[in-house]
Design a protein around this ligand. Structure first.
Ligand code: HEC
Length: 156
């Protein structure tokens, strides 16, 4: 057996071994009363965009695909989910103060405008999550911006 073959076999074995280690599932059941759609008026088309492009990392409901479980990608994804949820959780948006909600909506507009979200390494594998120009407009100059206005005017 050549040296290169041994290296390859070693790498395949390592790859197989790390598959055993799996991060916990991020998928709570049922509708959540604190979901953003329950506390601010989000038009269905905007909510659908958020669900497809953002909810995997920013909610308590990640849609898993078969390759979500292939390591080391699975750990990378789990890391993104934990970090993403800590920053912004659409499932728990209702538990934020009005001030925090307004701040997060503003932040969403900025992240999308500057093309920082959804994360590029994610959209490389999830083509559906890529935002079209129309999607981006809907968020940055359209509906999310309108929601932000109403949220602000309710502030006291
Ligand atoms: C692959 C996972 C992933 C996806 C998909 C994703 N995000 Fe993020 N998001 C993150 C992570 C991780 C952070 C934290 C970034 C950091 O700390 O550098 C973040 C941060 C943010 C923030 C900053 C929150 C703050 O504290 O102000 C906003 C806003 C945001 N994301 C919005 C979105 C929106 C809107 C979408 C969908 C269009 C989206 N994200 C899709 C992972 C993701």
């Amino acid at each position: 057996m050549s040296f290169t073959t041994k290296i390859w076999i070693g790498m395949i074995l390592i790859f197989l071994c790390i598959q055993v280690i799996q991060p916990t599932h991020n998928s709570s059941e049922g509708a959540l009363s604190t979901d953003i759609s329950e506390v601010v008026i989000v038009p269905k088309n905007v909510h659908d965009i958020l669900k497809v492009s953002c909810y995997d990392c920013h909610s308590n409901k990640t849609e898993y695909t078969w390759y979500s479980w292939v390591q080391p990608g699975a750990s990378f994804r789990s890391y993104h989910i934990t970090k993403g949820k800590n920053n912004l959780n659409f499932s728990e948006f209702g538990s934020y103060s009005k001030r925090k909600q307004a701040h997060k909506l503003q932040s969403i507009i900025e992240q999308v405008k500057n093309e920082l979200m959804p994360i590029a390494t994610y959209t490389a594998f999830h083509k559906k999550a890529k935002l079209s120009v129309a999607d981006k407009d809907l968020i940055t100059v359209g509906r999310i911006a309108a929601i932000l206005k109403t949220t602000n005017s309710h502030e006291n």
